[in-house]
Design a protein around this ligand. Structure first.
Ligand code: MEV
Length: 446
């Protein structure tokens, strides 16, 4: 009981924590660790020596006390629509970059990846409640929409000049589900920006305009002059902001992918594995996770929002009423075609893309692509990782490659020195890697 009370008391950090200096925050937090001074010096060792550089990171988020590093790798020679890219990938999982690179090499020798943009519409909503005759609302709609457009013209001016802006405003009646509840479903083209701030500013302006509009309608009763704005926010579900990417080759060109399967048998087994992810949610989730291994790595490397991308993708995967694979296989007339269609609301200007020094360099490495081009690149790495995973799963299994890449992590965990690492790499070349086997091997050479 005494112990529980002590922990509970300790759990509460005093009010005003966010106002403390970084050093002081670190001290307060270190009290939660058995060895506070070791914790402080470890976290400080990850601070940039360059004060200005560190300040930039501190200002990205509240209560920053250190930086958390994740490997920044590249997948070279990725051919998309006949153009070669060196694709930056930020990911902690050891086999992802290797898998993507192997798939990129394989498909690079078979015409590369083909990609296109299906559409780039972004979506936002004004959710509101209004007690009144629906006919009145519908009659007033043209006037309301006009006022929406007029009142946001200064916010949309620059975007309109770039060819984007508000595309459509639709009133949706949800009063059969929630009393008095309607929404304006608004579609946008935000050009090369992800557009979250642009969209949210417009939606909030719409909300205010809607309230003002009704408060001025003196012919309506008091109830009808009142609009409750529940919320105004973009939707991360972007089923019309989609990239499509595919690889294809004659089935005969798949001969040799596996020692035990000829090209046709491999193609058919591969298709079966992907088909399973269309009918079974357990497999579909893991299958799509493999796709996001590649997509997220690019999304993070370019300073985009990977939570938004994932949320959109998983909702899209369930658009037909059950959660399914985002990729599919066709085998027709002896041609194997593997396709991924995925919503990707990415930006190459604004947000973190130009603030984070490495995100900026990632975009430079990719030749400063447009948002559409970046969507195709991210989708490609999704397909590359998906191909690599399903290929391994349907042939030699995933663990062989996975554990090979994981060998370095195990050796580090076991405190192996450089010479031991070299010997272990040689020894495990043709053996199954596991923690206990590596430990056993180190004991034999130590
Ligand atoms: C591991 O990060 C991803 C895989 O599980 C994907 C898949 O099973 O398709 C290998």
């Amino acid at each position: 009981m005494e112990e529980v009370r002590r922990i509970r008391k300790r759990d509460l950090i005093k009010k005003g924590f966010s106002k403390l200096l970084k050093e002081d925050k670190l001290k307060v937090v270190s009290e939660y660790i058995d060895n506070p001074s070791e914790f402080i010096s470890l976290l400080k060792s990850f601070w940039y020596q360059d004060h200005e550089k560190q300040k930039q990171f501190d200002e990205f988020s509240e209560n920053t006390i250190s930086n958390f590093h994740i490997p920044y790798g590249v997948s070279p020679n990725v051919i998309i629509n006949d153009k070669s890219y060196v694709v930056p990938m930020v990911i902690e999982e050891s086999s992802v970059v290797a898998a993507a690179s192997a798939a990129a090499k394989f498909w690079g020798e078979r015409g590369g990846f083909h990609a296109e943009i299906v559409d780039v519409k972004k979506v936002g909503q004004v959710h509101f409640c209004w007690k009144g005759d629906k006919k009145i609302l519908n009659d007033l709609l043209p006037e309301i929409k006009e006022e929406f457009i007029q009142k946001t013209s200064s916010i949309t001016e620059k975007m309109r000049k770039r060819g984007g802006g508000i595309l459509d405003i639709e009133l949706i009646d949800f009063t059969d589900k929630i009393p008095d509840y309607y929404q304006f479903l608004v579609t946008f083209n935000t050009c090369d920006s992800m557009g979250a701030n642009f969209i949210n500013s417009i939606l909030e302006s719409f909300g205010q305009t809607l309230q003002d509009f009704f408060s001025r309608q003196n012919n309506l009763n008091e109830d009808e002059r009142h609009v409750e704005i529940v919320m105004c926010i973009l939707s991360n579900y972007t089923p019309e902001c989609v990239a499509k990417v595919w690889v294809e080759c004659p089935v005969s060109e798949l001969n040799g992918v596996d020692e035990c399967l000829d090209g046709r048998s491999f193609a058919e087994k591969f298709k079966k594995a992907v088909d399973i992810a269309h009918i079974d949610v357990y497999r579909a989730t893991t299958h799509n996770k493999g796709i996001y291994n590649g997509i997220d790595a690019v999304v993070i490397a370019t300073g985009n929002d990977f939570r938004a991308t994932e949320a959109a993708g998983h909702a899209y995967a369930a658009r037909n009423g059950s959660y399914q694979s985002l990729s599919y296989v066709d085998i027709h007339d002896d041609m194997f075609r593997f396709t991924l269609e995925v919503p990707l609301a990415l930006g190459t200007v604004g947000g973190l893309t130009s603030l984070h020094p490495l995100a900026k360099k990632s975009l430079e490495l990719l030749g400063n692509p447009s948002a559409k081009e970046l969507m195709m690149i991210a989708a490609t790495m999704g397909l590359a990782n998906n191909y690599a995973a399903v290929k391994s799963l349907t042939t030699k299994g995933i663990q062989q490659g996975h554990m090979k890449m994981h060998l370095a992590n195990i050796l580090n965990q076991l405190g192996a020195v450089e010479e031991e690492k070299v010997k272990a790499a040689e020894y495990f070349k043709d053996k199954v890697v596991s923690y206990s086997e590596v430990e056993k091997y180190l004991n034999t050479i130590r």
